[in-house]
Write a protein that binds this ligand. Sequence first.
Ligand code: BGC
Ligand code: NOJ
Length: 827
Amino acid sequence: MQYGYFDDDAREYVITRPDTPYPWINYLGCEDFFGLFSNTSGGYCFYRDARMLRLTRYRYNNVPTDSGGRYFYLRDSYTGDVWTPSWMPMKSQLDSYECRHGMGYSRISSSRNGLGFSQVSFVPLHDKCEIHKITLTNDSNIDKYIDIFSFVEFCLWNANDDMTNFQRNFSIGEVEIECPPEGSSAIYHKTEYRERRNHYAVWGVNAPVDGFDTDRQSFLGLYNGFDSPEAVFQGQAKDSVASGWAPIGSHYIKLKLSAGESKTYVFVLGYCENPEDQKWEAQNKINKKPARALLEKYSTSEAADRALDELNDYWKNLLGKFTVEADDEKMARMAGIWNQYQCMVTFNMSRSASYFESGIGRGMGFRDSNQDLLGFVHLVPERARSRILDIAATQFPDGSAYHQYQPLTKRGNNEIGSGFNDDPLWLICGVAAYIKETGDYGILNEKVPFNNDESLADTLFIHLKRSFDFTVNNKGPHGLPLIGRADWNDCLNLNCFSKTPGESFQTTANFESGVAESVLIAAIFAFVGPDYVEICKRTNREDEAVYAEKSIMMMIEAINNHGWDGNWFLRAYDAYGKKIGSNECEDGKIYIESNGFSVMAGIGIEDGRAAKALDSVKEHLDTRYGIVLLQPAYKNYHIELGEVSSYPPGYKENAGIFCHNNPWVTIAETRLGRGNRAFETYTKICPAYREDDSDLRRMEPYVYAQMVAGKDAIRHGEAKNSWLTGTAAWTFVSISQYILGVRPVFDGLLIDPCIPSNMKGFTVTRHFRGADYLITVDNSAGKEKGIKSVTVDGNSHETVHGGAAHGGAIIPVFGDGKEHKIIVVMG
Ligand code: BGC
Ligand code: NOJ
């Protein structure tokens, strides 16, 4: 069953009933102030860091689910009827309901007993705040007297401490309230401002109020939930002033609406900072200048509308950089709109704040953020550039890297440390993608610290060299890279040997065997290595290029000699030198990762092993919902394998459909020219194709999920961990660069489609290095791959046939600000 539909013209997903199979959320904010916003107005917001600077409280894993948000309670003071127009938290019966999630904003509209309500929520482009503009309309033919109560619950900034340190926190909450008879009204949350914070939150509305509450217990009643706030049911705010306990912000507005009349309010929830020497305007009175300026700026509904228009223009422009038109509307809307949008979100959040990531535990991942770049770099290359420099600064001098860093300090996270031996290679992958997109070789000369220590700074190129050398210098008995704590698969913990409950599989290494090796890292090396060679050649580092080429050859040889199992690529060798991902194993005979990546790297294409490997993947790992990570699932815990064998069969890395690496197989299939199969693997995990199967899939139909339960699980087909997953970037790469085949390369834009034979053609517009490429592909010949002719602005253009790396045609860099028409005929 469907719970909504796509409105592609508006770039929105329209949810038509509130009781979705899981909260279906959106992200507000593009740069440093962010909100998570569900279809029933749940969620929370933060400035830059979801752990350290959280403005509003959110209760993860609560009952009912999705507890906490920016709520509006309405009361008809004539009938005493009380409801929440966003359905939650009261689960109010509504006469109509709709939630539209768009690019950086959401709209909820509903009605009850002749009162229409609409709320639009967004973060304006250049301010640190959420705007919630609400409009009430009296659609009945009698006057209505409505009480409006706003509601947010403040988090005491450090979200972890907020959820654990009650002996202190119940005594520190402080607020200030300003409710003048004219103009805006504001509630200020200033906990800890008296000491070491120079920031506070403001929750204001552009109208005078008839009361307020700032103390949770006074507003709700001690034994009441969000669904039965005492003040609202009594129709009277308590004018409570929080003192310790739990500070909230609630405005109370009495509104008379004549028949047909509408009234709009602009609520602003903002973060404000003061310089250290300007913290106070009087004893214990915070300096409210920045808050007043913010409220003033959004004091009219026109100002809020203008900010929303600006946001819309911003997204229109961004998504104009890559557009698709095709008969397959699901593919077109995912590739053209939602997949790119999700790439922006993963770029901003890494794996920190979603409805599955609490915003407390995980910072920016070295490997994750580098991969996120792949799907984002075409949108805002300048931000990708500075991200690369931040990431590289957390690398150690030997090329290894902190696995994560904190967004606020940009320093490596000691608690997690290093030792994930795939990490260094993703930096090469990210930088190569950036250079191919922009042609900016200058980035290689940027001086970047090692281990955040300026005195160790060297050029970014040297960082890449250390990454490359790290793999070369850390090989095991078969000449394959040592795995360290884990490679891309965080759960293949071959040196962990953990017996202690609760011990982290990722950060515990009970010994470094010096033996456990990863075929996946070898394949990643073989895939990104050639880009490193190209970078060396193009920056006149001939000797380094020769050395790098030789190192890659040796690695490929090691894969050929020790990484092939007869029908597929092996996955790894454990700490005893035993095979993992081999037909010899009882469970975990075949894994997806090493097969996808080896073929992506071109290994075995010429002698047929690549095709054999992908056929084996299809035979053993494929399901109707995507390709599972391994088979057979591990039935028992294997101390020598770690977390992978800790999950019940079919979940997560133990044979779940781990969507992140499905596009590796898609890309691999395109290398073999198998467009039908490539597209099949693409569509199986693509959420839009499962929209009418939402009761089983449960997650949002407009975004990828990290995992879908595999065939061994009872809930086969059910998705989890939507939004923050490397699936976003890799599926965008797979569809845009390898299936539709519009791929930035060092010398220009390569056009090399590999599509299903029944796809008649498509049109892509691509903004690339300062010009617009309007690319039309004609596949009336019904091919899967191969180009018969290409014209560029009417002139015929050469095609590159054969060659391991490219088929297709490379369209040059025009950089002239003009539009160029490229017509490609497959055949
Ligand atoms: C998950 C992995 C994840 C890791 C991060 C594990 O529990 O299964 O998917 O990468 O945690 O620390
Ligand atoms: C999720 C993590 O964020 C990512 O770094 C890892 O590669 C995958 N899980 C697979 O374990």
